[in-house]
Design a protein around this ligand. Structure first.
Ligand code: MTE
Ligand code: MO
Length: 361
């Protein structure tokens, strides 16, 4: 059965959420492998995609370093590289499930994908630049730029940028030039993008042009105005925080919302679950709107920062009518998804249990 989204056009198998800037969603019902094929990987852009020729590209490393320097594409690719699996999820994934509607791209289930990324550890570049004592963060700046539409906003054009703490930068951030063994495509950040494993994908800056080491916390637009949430202190004071680590989630690929499912038939319910750098230890499925739960079988591939596939054998009911399926993930830190959504999460981090209503016939 061809999946998709009845109300939206598709482009090469992806659902078009926005044409300019380009925002394309994977039809999540097409999930059938641990590694998302590059052509099915969602695309999230805030500005027009910059066209960068490899020969013209330079990456500057500056700020609180003893030896600032510049790398070209050949030099970066000549450095020792590493390949890691990492799931990128847009912090606004599943927004289409929220009631009432909130502003932002109305993503269904497919603003997420899992790929193997090949690139140079950021730590190698930082070591070469010799980070000064007192540095606390590393700002990653992309080459794309434009104006923000809605206030509060800085004046004029800005570039897309985010920071990570120096410890995270040294731990596992990658300067990736390949995705699933292929040269990065322009929409995914050619020539080089950052991969920040286990974090919401907003941190994984595409079209990298500058790395700035800083001794002060960076309060850029995309981490202090947008891509934020409210965290409660012990005194119950809401405190504005930047989105960082992914929260846990299980998503059902099939059946999809509105699917017509034959009555009294074996049906393979399947999907994926992820939990940042924690391990998915359990996925449970309910086929009765959350009244009862049964364990799903977990896929063999289990690694930090990458999703885990799962499946569940369902005998569909003998009687016709709507049926609500749900999936619930539990991780190695003992976290489990709940039914309620915290209003403090704003328009991001949609991590509660999602109902998938199908029609048995
Ligand atoms: N330079 C730059 N990097 C960016 C973005 C962007 O608009 N510009 N979007 C971010 C967001 S919000 C997401 S979800 C991911 C999407 O990566 P993808 O398009 O490769 O799936 O890229 C992140 N990195
Ligand atoms: Mo995103």
């Amino acid at each position: 059965m061809k999946s998709g989204d009845k109300n939206n056009p598709t482009s090469n198998g992806l659902i078009v959420r926005e044409q300019e800037p380009l925002n394309l969603e994977m039809p999540f019902a097409d999930l059938n492998s641990f590694q998302t094929p590059n052509e099915l990987f969602y695309v999230r852009c805030h500005f027009p995609i910059p066209e960068i020729a490899a020969a013209d590209w330079r990456l500057k490393i500056e700020g609180e370093v003893e030896e600032p320097f510049e790398l070209d594409y050949a030099a970066l690719r000549a450095m020792e590289s590493r390949t890691v699996a990492a799931t990128l999820e847009c912090a606004g994934n599943n927004r289409d499930f929220l009631e009432p509607k909130v502003k932002g791209v109305q993503w269904g289930l497919g603003a997420v994908g899992n790929a193997s990324w090949t690139g140079v550890p950021l730590s190698a570049v930082l070591d070469r630049a010799k980070v000064k004592p007192g540095a606390i963060e590393v700002i990653l700046e992309g080459a794309d730029e434009g104006e923000i539409a809605n206030p509060p906003k800085p004046g004029g054009r800005i570039r897309f940028a985010r920071s990570v703490p120096l410890s995270k930068a040294r731990q596992d951030v990658l300067l990736a030039h390949e995705m699933n063994g292929e040269i990065l495509s322009p929409s995914h950040g050619f020539p080089v993008r950052a991969i920040v494993p286990g974090w919401y994908a907003v941190a994984s800056i595409k079209w990298l042009r500058r790395i700035i080491v800083t001794s002060r916390p960076f309060a850029g637009y995309y981490q202090s105005i947008d891509y934020t949430f409210w965290e409660r202190t012990a005194d119950d004071l809401p405190t504005l925080k930047s989105l960082t680590e992914q929260l846990l989630k299980a998503e059902i690929a099939r059946p999809e919302r509105g699917e017509v499912v034959p009555a009294n038939t074996p049906y393979r319910v399947h999907g994926a679950a992820w939990a940042g750098d924690a391990e998915i230890t359990k996925v449970e499925i309910s086929t009765d709107a959350g009244a009862t739960w049964n364990p799903a079988r977990l896929g063999d591939d289990s690694m930090p920062n990458a999703w885990r596939l799962w499946e569940f054998d369902w005998r569909t009911p003998a009687t016709s009518g709507p049926q609500t399926l749900m999936a619930r993930a539990t991780d190695s830190r003992g976290r489990t998804q709940s039914f309620e959504r915290s209003p403090d999460a704003g328009t991001y981090m949609i991590t509660h249990i999602l109902p998938i209503v199908v029609e048995v016939r």
